[in-house]
Design a protein. Structure first.
Lengths: 115, 113
């Protein structure tokens, strides 16, 4: 069965430190891949997406993610975290054989930022 | 910047009552979705809607649920007879194309007592 795994439930980093959030997926082929962010009291916002081509993709707010086919991973990175990055981050893939808008989300990783 | 708006932000209802959650998608978007997130659990797909009909629905979206686009701007989710387990945050989303690039509203929190 398809799945998206985010192994870290909660991560705390210091402001200015680098960040990597992990995402592994089980799909059976190369899927579209997404990272969404949810700030407190807000809806989910698309950070970045991978469809094909260059495996390093850039997103909004200085985030990037790298698709590694051999590891079935799509980890999210940011070189220097800002306090406003504190939020919950969700990795997602479309259901295989379904609509591309039918997304399977991971459980999310909550990011806290220390001053 | 255009956004998806949802009302109400929070609704409390008694078990067995009907609830309608409303959404105004972004105006030039063609695909519409409802997702839900039960507290502490994953965000889950409920239904997608395109060209005035349901294009896909999940197992969660049983006969108690229905969706409608009554007037070309609103997109509603109706729960006919609410159960305790329907308590969740319900997110509306829309997209221009069917690519998974969704724009989400801020959600409607439903509490069923």
């Amino acid at each position: 069965a398809q799945s998206v795994t985010q192994p870290d439930i909660h991560i705390t980093v210091s402001e200015g430190a680098s960040l990597e959030l992990r995402c592994n997926y089980s799909y059976g082929a190369t899927p579209y891949l997404f990272w969404y962010v949810q700030s407190p009291g807000q809806g989910l916002q698309l950070l970045l997406k991978y469809f094909s081509g260059d495996t390093l993709v850039q997103g909004i707010k200085g985030f990037e993610a790298e698709f590694k086919r051999s590891q079935s991973s799509f980890n999210l990175r940011k070189p220097s975290v800002h306090w406003s990055d504190a939020a919950e981050y969700f990795c997602a893939v479309p259901v295989r054989g379904g609509s591309q808008g039918n997304l399977i989300f991971g459980k999310g990783t909550k990011l806290s930022v220390k001053p | 910047e255009p956004e998806v708006t949802q009302t109400p932000s929070h609704q409390v209802t008694q078990m067995g009552q009907e609830v309608i959650l409303r959404c105004v998608p972004i105006s030039n978007h063609l695909y519409f979705y409802w997702y839900r997130q039960i507290l502490g659990q994953k965000v889950e797909f409920l239904v997608s809607f395109y060209n005035n009909e349901i294009s896909e629905k999940s197992e969660i979206f049983d006969d108690q649920f229905s969706v409608e686009r009554p007037d070309g701007s609103n997109f509603t989710l109706k729960i006919r007879s609410t159960k305790l387990e329907d308590s969740a945050m319900y997110f509306c989303a829309s997209s221009v194309h069917n690519t998974g690039e969704l724009f989400f509203g801020e959600g409607s929190r439903l509490t069923v007592l």
